[in-house]
Design a protein around this ligand. Sequence first.
Ligand SMILES: Cc1cc2nc3c(=O)[nH]c(=O)nc-3n(C[C@H](O)[C@H](O)[C@H](O)COP(=O)(O)OP(=O)(O)OC[C@H]3O[C@@H](n4cnc5c(N)ncnc54)[C@H](O)[C@@H]3O)c2cc1C
Length: 329
Amino acid sequence: MRSAEVIVVGGGPAGSAAAQRLTQAGIETLVLDKEVFPRLKLCAGWITPEVVRDLELDTNAYPYSFLTFRRLHWHLKGLHLPVANVQHSIRRFEFDAWLLERSGATVVQHTVKDIARDGAGYLIDGSFRCRYLVGAAGTSCPVYRSLFRDALPRARALQTVTLELEFPCAWQDPDCHLWFFEHGLPGYSWYVPKARGWVNVGVGAMAARLKQRGQDIGQHWQHLVSKLEHRFGIRVPTSPTGYSYYLRGPLGTPRVGNAFLTGDAAGLATRDLCEGIGPAIRSGQQAAASIVSGSAYTLGDVTGASLGGGLLSRWIDWAFTRGASPVTR
Ligand SMILES: Cc1cc2nc3c(=O)[nH]c(=O)nc-3n(C[C@H](O)[C@H](O)[C@H](O)COP(=O)(O)OP(=O)(O)OC[C@H]3O[C@@H](n4cnc5c(N)ncnc54)[C@H](O)[C@@H]3O)c2cc1C
């Protein structure tokens, strides 16, 4: 039996952000992840300046791929709108491993299956015991499954489906491109260049609306593949991989007893651009703050809108979800 004051299930951005704040406060923290890091994580790896600030990331000292783009290219209903806007890209394969190591927590490879209450604490798979538990294992998080299914039901209307691929590529265009609603897609596709000769391309949509339209995400992937070839001269080398996650709905109760839910496990990705890295980090840090200080665990300052919640944000949200489950900010 191995014991720690806090066990964090999942070592992605939510888990490492929580672990870092906990170890900084001198709290014994164990991270359990089913993978050995560095591990593959499907994600475009686009991060906002807010993420850089929240992580107190010294971008000059970060030892891996880090690219800043000064403009975003929006493609909307045949219109091309280049917008001056500073954003960044990283490779999740590198970034997540670096963040987890930086957290200073002990990391153990273990696939969590069973979680049982144990007095005020928790017993995991009969092998790990803790007083506080942080669920940070993404969409299929076992902490969600065991303790939060009733407190935080997930709305099918907020489920995304994605296909993406990251591959070495001598790209020419250093900016990020987003194509919204093409060919009836209830979502968008993207081209995100990375430093050191990589690119990430993909397509994401609202699963239920895609199904209603009798469409398949694979068709939209094919549209993207032809566009990349014609627009950028990029030949996509292999088949993509898929993943599904939930956008932010009403916040419900992200804490039950001494268990806290964070990141994708809590369904926190933004409603307009479907970004989840920032909300994962903020929620992990908030969960840690609550454990350290005994304060309430609130997600009030975890943004639900990447574009600030104004008219454009709300219109994209509506176009994606047709008004399903109002977001609480
Ligand atoms: C195709 C795609 C593109 C995206 N692009 C962007 C983007 O550009 N920018 C952005 O901000 N967001 C993006 N997102 C969303 C973003 O990737 C997620 O919101 C973010 O990774 C959530 O972080 P997390 O720490 O909650 O979960 P994760 O990053 O998924 O980490 C969960 C960890 O838990 C581990 N785990 C899972 N199950 C178990 C288990 N049973 N036991 C132990 N460990 C377990 C996993 O191995 C993993 O390491 C994208 C998502 C997809 C699918």
